[in-house]
Write a protein that binds this ligand. Structure first.
Ligand code: SF4
Length: 179
């Protein structure tokens, strides 16, 4: 697929913004890993796609750099109160659901790749890692931008996508990594 076709597929899937970058241009900051360890999201060490089980920051970056392109994906949500955790969680779930649909469409179109989510993998609720069972959907599971230590604001700026969308609006970002 061409870059234009990737962007069109994202727009058709309902994303507010999309852009293609070369993976070598993605900004990483390994210092972000400490925020995962603080476990504000509650997924640390209980999800295959979250630290520490997902891999070290270096391993995560290498996974991305093993491919040439990233389709950067943005959704924008009306959330009047940013401290409203339920609304934020619902919006992130909406972003990730749209992403999974897009993954299916892109793969069906012959563009193999993998997803980087706006939050850690929530395909099962909860993840079966603590039970010691194997991952149920290894082909679709996704780690989040934070687990990859992607500097999202810098990436959004590079892509010409709004990171701060203004009062009452919240943007989420993810990527589809492919060749
Ligand atoms: S697909 Fe299910 S088992 Fe696999 S990482 Fe995601 S939540 Fe965990």
């Amino acid at each position: 697929m061409t870059n234009d076709e990737l962007i069109r597929a994202a727009e058709d899937a309902g994303f507010a913004g999309a852009a293609v970058v070369e993976t070598k241009d993605i900004p990483f900051d390994f210092s972000f890993r400490q925020y995962c360890a603080e476990n504000l999201c509650g997924q640390y060490a209980i999800n295959y796609c979250c630290p520490p089980d997902c891999g070290t920051p270096e391993e995560m970056r290498e996974k991305i750099l093993a491919h040439s392109r990233a389709l950067v994906l943005q959704t924008i949500w009306e959330i009047s109160d940013y401290s409203d955790k339920a609304a934020t969680k619902q919006a992130k779930a909406g972003h990730n659901q749209a992403s999974i649909q897009l993954v299916k469409a892109l793969r069906a179109g012959g563009c193999d790749g993998f997803l980087v989510g706006a939050s850690g993998c929530a395909l099962c609720s909860p993840c079966v890692l603590p039970k010691g069972e194997p991952c149920r959907f290894p082909a679709y599971r996704y780690s989040c931008m934070s687990a990859y230590c992607v500097f999202v604001k810098k990436l959004a700026d590079q892509c010409g996508l709004e990171y701060d969308c203004g009062p009452g609006l919240l943007a989420f970002f993810g990527m589809y990594i492919c060749d």
